[in-house]
Write a protein that binds this ligand. Structure first.
Ligand code: OGA
Ligand code: NI
Length: 333
């Protein structure tokens, strides 16, 4: 069994976290100071929709402000998440598993059973919808964990559905198109904890990957940067914007939009002075949903992807290593 990073202090980077020289982050080549689009959800609807269209085609990422989730709640989520990772080792060990099929699990790296090099991350992954079904299995410590996280989950789902409506409209589809196509969507959460790392230039928190789900809503640490997004062959640092949420298009929306919107490569790097936290919420099609490029879009460009069920896709995703080719490449028509 692999060991959680957050249960002890590391003075040196263990060998199994060291990437081969050609695969390291190269911090000096990362672009800082440019921004992925920031969309104000209080703007006029037409403006929001055209901004979403542009961001989803050119970046696959954007940030939203005035999204309706109170700042105070975002701060509470961050605080409870950090408290969780500071629980005593014995408490965390009870939740630890390497089995990616478990619906509530505390684990480390990405897919420890498969990967050859590990990542400098611990994470708590939980199913979140319907709440009544999964909440009983969530951690019962810290005391307020379930209360704070469930409140956030409801808010995030509402925001996600609103965004899916706007994304549908921005593709020229009916507002409900995506919601209907994806069925009763699942909602998963990954609470990512990236401890201080003795040699951040040799490893990753999360190596380059695309998200296998439909839409991701990421709450970043308001103080510590670490997310990079690939744009035109270069890595762009997404510096934290307190109160904002980072949105990205996942593989399923790339397929459904017939390749018009991009599920882009992104990664998380670590640093030697501060731990970093992020909370990713994933909206996913129901397992039985048949994912296919929207007919209205294939009248313009022939289908790029074949039809498949999300169940098939998800199994394929977890059977691979993170930094391989884009998983969608395996579903081309
Ligand atoms: C993820 C992810 C980025 C981050 O959890 O899929 O890309 O900054 N996280 O933690
Ligand atoms: Ni991701």
């Amino acid at each position: 069994m692999a060991e959680l990073l957050s249960t002890k202090f590391h003075e040196t980077l263990p060998e199994k976290y060291v990437r081969p020289e050609t695969q390291r982050p190269l911090f000096s080549e990362v672009i800082t100071g440019t921004k992925i689009p920031i969309i104000d959800l209080k703007s006029p609807v037409d403006q929001i929709i055209s901004q979403i269209a542009h961001a989803s085609q050119s970046y696959g990422f954007f940030q939203v402000v005035n999204h309706g989730i109170p700042d105070e709640l975002l701060l509470k989520v961050m605080a409870i998440a950090i408290e969780f990772f500071r629980l005593p080792a014995e408490e965390k060990e009870k939740l630890y598993t390497d089995d990616p099929t478990k619906k509530v699990r505390l684990s480390t790296s990405f897919n420890v059973a498969r990967e050859t090099v590990h990542n400098w991350r611990d994470y708590l992954r939980m199913h979140c919808y319907p709440l009544e079904k999964f909440m009983p299995e969530w951690p019962s410590k810290p005391d307020l964990f379930k209360e704070v996280i469930s409140t956030y989950c409801k808010e995030v789902r509402q925001l996600g559905m609103k965004l899916l409506g706007a994304i549908s409209l921005s593709l020229g589809l009916e507002e409900d198109y995506i919601k209907e196509a994806l069925g009763e969507q699942e909602q998963h959460m990954a609470v990512n904890f990236y401890p201080q790392c003795p040699e951040p230039e040799l490893t990753y928190g999360l190596p380059a990957h695309t998200d296998p789900n439909a839409l991701t809503i990421l709450l970043q640490d308001p103080e510590v940067a670490g997310l990079h997004v690939l744009k035109d062959g270069k890595w762009i640092a997404v510096d934290p914007l307190p109160g904002a949420l980072v949105i990205n298009i996942g593989d399923q929306l790339q397929a459904l939009s017939n390749g018009r919107y991009k599920s882009v490569w992104h990664r998380a790097v670590v640093n030697s002075s501060k731990e970093r936290l992020s909370v990713a919420s994933f909206l996913c099609p129901s397992n039985s949903a048949l994912v296919s490029p929207a007919k209205k879009l294939t009248e313009i460009t022939p289908p790029v992807y074949r039809d498949y069920t999300y169940d098939e896709y998800y199994k394929k995703f977890w059977s691979r290593n993170l930094d391989q080719e884009h998983c969608l490449e395996l579903f081309k028509s």
